[in-house]
Design a binder for this molecule. Sequence first.
Ligand code: FES
Length: 286
Amino acid sequence: MDSDKYPGTTSRRRFVKGVLGASVLAGVGTAGGAAVTTATNPAGLGGGNIEFLGIELVEGPAPRGMPLIPVEIGDDGTISGLWPEAEQRDVGGRSVAVAQTDVGGTTYSTEWFQYCGIQDIPAIDPEADQDNTFRYDESSPYDWQSEDVTAGDPMNVADFEDYNSWGNGIGQAGLGKPATGTWRSDGVDSEETLPVQVLRIADSEADRMRQDPTMAAWLDAAAPENVLAWLSKCTHFCCVPGFKSTPQSTQFNAENDVYCPCHQSVYDPFSLVSESFVALPRPEGE
Ligand code: FES
């Protein structure tokens, strides 16, 4: 008898735990939904429902596009991402640092990037004093990057001169020239970098995109010399996708798009769309 009681108690406890665990997970899964905001806001800063402009998700399990980064080009050709001046705002009775500004009629906020753990890294703090230059990364899938430039160097628009004809044997040449890099990540642990993809769009594609008023406004305000940039973090499970970065993309009709090798999500960098999601809050004390 006694020996029967223990297994019974144990399994009941397990069952209760399992139910609790499942309901918590269900809340997170509904998501991005209100459950996340309610559960996390008291313990963090910022976050919540936010509209963003991104490259469009066209295929696969990812929930939405990847957020764009407004580009600036310096007098010497250096390419940087815009990080708005931070200011303190009263959010729900608390003073929270917010970095946002109008870009071509869109309210651009650094909260666009608060997902996939990015919200936890120090460089995402609106007030963090980081270098905004895009720098070439170490493990680029593009031969031109390993041959012509050095990892860690600032990206320069002069490196993209052949943007109207560039190709690498994957899909169609002449759509634009890509690069991979990091942003606001100088001197930080490689686990804590902001991965970016830059694509200097071919004139023919940019002309086509400009037929759409939203895209024209973004290209004019935030893609000087056709240099478009976005955070390279798949909105599904946070892998780093790429434009013409693997021949495997051909099997999924994604050879002229941005392809995520983890679960075959496909994004169209020549289509920019407005969407919303629940940005995750930054940790306290950052
Ligand atoms: S498709 Fe799953 S991580 Fe990109």
